[in-house]
Design a protein around this ligand. Structure first.
Ligand SMILES: [Zn+2]
Ligand SMILES: [Zn+2]
Length: 386
């Protein structure tokens, strides 16, 4: 840590000393710069908020009346000599990386971001928001939610074909398809990605206000009736029902009669995750960068210094140091809240995967590490744990 750092860690959150503001503070502050509207990054109680313009609708949907100033992507604002601009992060509607320039130095705080695969392919962009844009900087503050070699997302076309196949088979058998995903971000990815011709799509009441904010921003989210408002329950037999995790196993599901359920999350890549969530199917769908995506995003910044926030910090810092980066970590209070929240019942599986990855990273290459750790989800339990 040096006096000239543009972002430091304080008990309230990540702080910019020359600009006297915080980025995604976890305690109330006077001036909060917000990367995106997930609950762990945009909390209530700050006096002033600054966010990227496309985030306005979702922020107000989630936080209600706040003193919010917005700035279009790429435009700059000057604050106590710090030039600040927002750049798309590809994570959810309005998500932004924050670029700070002061005294000839440029720092970028990523917030959460989505970029998949080891090379750019627009088919893998998140279609619900502006795609991630690499920004050159001296220091990059990166998230690392899925910063382990086991996390490699399959092509989106393949993933949605699998979801469609599951839905179609259920519809043909006359049972509802209940797909569980977080209400902000994940639900809209699902709604945009599935084949709307298979049957009706209905949503849980928690999803619809966010859908409205997306539609108001011009995103092509289908019109989706709310399940509790449907009188004729026979339509559920061919329906895809999109609902947040809180709905799973609740009395709310009784209206569907016979149904199959599935969980959509990056965590479904973990062996045993589907079984632990007690669902019929697990689909690996994330709004965060996978391991090759993180590497590619970090390289594209040209940064010599990288600071890792939430995720597998230790593994990522070790890997970056081996690659010659000046790497460190900030201890943040970003949980994963409503954003690919790490379900408590998966804690052991994650610990096992991290342990295995750390162990193999000491002696073998990245490719070998991936081979050691990745196994079919329901393979027999071994010494790495389930
Ligand atoms: Zn997020
Ligand atoms: Zn986050």
């Amino acid at each position: 840590m040096s006096d000239s750092d543009l972002v430091v860690q304080r008990k309230e959150g990540l702080y910019c000393p020359p600009g006297d503001f915080y980025i995604d503070p976890w305690r109330p502050v006077d001036r909060a710069v917000i990367t995106h509207a997930h609950g762990d990054h945009s909390r209530r109680g700050n006096s002033h908020y600054l966010a990227a313009a496309p985030a306005e609708g979702v922020l107000r949907t989630r936080l209600g009346e706040i003193d919010l100033q917005t700035l279009p992507y790429g435009e700059t604002i000057d604050h106590f000599g710090v030039r600040l601009s927002f750049h798309p992060a590809g994570h959810v509607l309005g998500s932004a990386q924050v670029r700070l320039e002061h005294g000839g130095r440029v720092w970028v705080a990523s917030g959460d971001y989505y970029v998949a695969g080891s090379s750019a392919d627009t088919r893998e962009d998140n279609p619900t928001c502006a795609p991630f844009e690499p920004v050159r900087c001296h220091c990059f503050i990166t998230e690392s939610t899925f910063g382990l070699p086991i996390y490699r997302w399959q092509p989106q076309a393949e993933l949605f074909a699998a979801i469609d196949d599951w839905w179609r088979a259920n519809a043909d058998a006359g049972r509802a398809s209940l797909l569980i995903g977080y209400a902000f971000g994940k639900a809209q990815r699902i709604l945009m990605g599935v084949d709307r011709s298979i049957g009706p799509i209905v949503v849980h009441g928690a999803v619809e206000p966010l859908n409205r904010a997306y539609r108001a921003a011009g995103i092509d989210i289908p019109e989706t009736p709310i399940a509790t408002e449907i009188k004729d329950r026979s339509i559920f037999r061919r329906a895809l029902v999109v609902a947040p995790p809180s709905a799973q196993g609740s009395t709310w599901t009784r209206r569907f009669g016979d149904y199959s359920d599935a969980f959509a999350s990056g965590w479904m890549q973990l062996r045993g995750a589907r079984r632990r969530r007690s669902v019929d199917r697990g689909f690996v769908l994330s709004d965060h960068a996978d391991w090759p995506g993180l590497q590619r995003a970090i390289a594209a910044t040209g940064a010599e210094r990288v600071i890792v926030t939430h995720g597998y910090e230790a593994v990522m810092v070790r890997w970056l140091t081996e690659q010659g980066f000046d790497a460190g970590a900030f201890a943040t209070e970003y949980g994963h809240d409503d954003d690919d929240e790490l379900p408590g019942d998966l804690g052991a599986a994650v610990a096992a995967a991290e342990h295995a990855a750390t162990r193999v990273a000491e002696s073998v290459s990245d490719a070998e590490a991936a081979r050691v750790v990745v196994r079919p989800e329901d393979a027999p339990v071994d010494d790495a744990g389930a």
